[in-house]
Design a protein around this ligand. Structure first.
Ligand SMILES: Nc1ncnc2c1ncn2[C@@H]1O[C@H](COP(=O)(O)OP(=O)(O)OP(=O)(O)O)[C@@H](O)[C@H]1O
Length: 249
């Protein structure tokens, strides 16, 4: 592949006293791509994401980002977890500024940047609210703004919308695609939801028992639009991925 951005080569990982969680995975991502890891519970998706981020280091194989070995967490990488993990005692704006305020006092430029991100995520009226005053979807958007504050080139997302209702989840998928396109952010996104993976991704890896069982390029037009979800082509791709998941249990 030309222009490799994230490279995972023959990566394996085992938690102490446990069976292998990720086994011999090869995965390459070009810059600006949106890739999804799809699979059943326990197949190793989150572990692979943590290996991509440097939160875990591989037992065998190698991970590199823009040609540099990944040896630990780096500002080049942002992480969004399933729970928004906002600090209850900080306002929305302060939560978004957290990655900077952990290092130094935010300046006017940081605040302007955080405000602009919140505006992009349609939270322009929420800057001074507290997390308990937000809906689940709004909290997820704050978590995305916070992850984007340091302008990471790679965003790693671990089932960030899993706890949301179906309509809110679809809205957030569109918002996420727009904001990542705007910033040129590459995304590796974990989900167990086939339609979510197909809607979001340029490429989907189906994982099974720590391995990549199948990978598929998603040849759907961009920008995605909600009507696509009802198209024959969309449903055919979902059906073929479902078949892979059913036959690789
Ligand atoms: N900290 C840990 N210690 C020991 N084993 C672990 C640990 N975390 C995960 N595992 C095991 O590693 C395997 C892969 O787990 P992982 O969380 O990567 O799967 P997953 O596909 O993300 O699952 P889910 O969709 O349920 O989040 C599972 O068998 C799990 O039990």
């Amino acid at each position: 592949m030309d222009d490799v951005f994230l490279s995972m080569r023959q990566v394996s990982y085992r938690y102490p006293d446990a069976p292998v969680a990720v086994s011999d995975v090869d995965w390459l991502m070009p810059a600006g791509a949106f890739h999804c890891l799809l699979g059943r519970s326990g197949c190793g998706k989150s572990t692979l994401l943590k290996l991509a981020s440097g939160l875990l280091l591989p037992e065998a194989g190698s991970v590199s980002l823009e040609g540099q070995p990944v040896c630990g967490p780096s500002p080049a990488t942002g992480f969004v977890f399933q729970a928004p993990t906002l600090l209850e005692w900080l306002s929305v704006l302060e939560n978004v500024l957290l990655p900077v305020s952990l290092q130094r006092s935010p300046d006017a430029a940081d605040t302007a940047h955080a405000q602009a991100l919140l505006d992009e995520l349609s939270l322009e009226t929420m800057h001074d609210r507290y997390p308990r005053q937000l809906s689940g979807g709004q909290q997820s958007r704050v978590a995305i703004a916070r992850a984007l504050l340091t302008q990471p080139r790679l965003l790693l997302m671990d089932e960030p919308f899993a706890a949301l209702d179906a309509l809110t989840r679809e809205e957030l998928q569109d918002i996420l695609l727009a904001v990542c396109r705007q910033h040129g952010t590459s995304v590796l996104f974990v989900t167990h939801d086939i339609a979510e993976a197909v809607y979001l991704a340029d490429r989907v890896a189906v994982m099974n028992r720590g391995r990549i069982a199948c990978e598929k390029s998603i040849a759907l037009a961009r920008p995605r639009s909600p009507g696509l979800r009802h198209s024959t082509q969309f449903n055919a791709i979902c059906a073929s991925l479902r078949q892979v998941m059913d036959t690789t249990q």
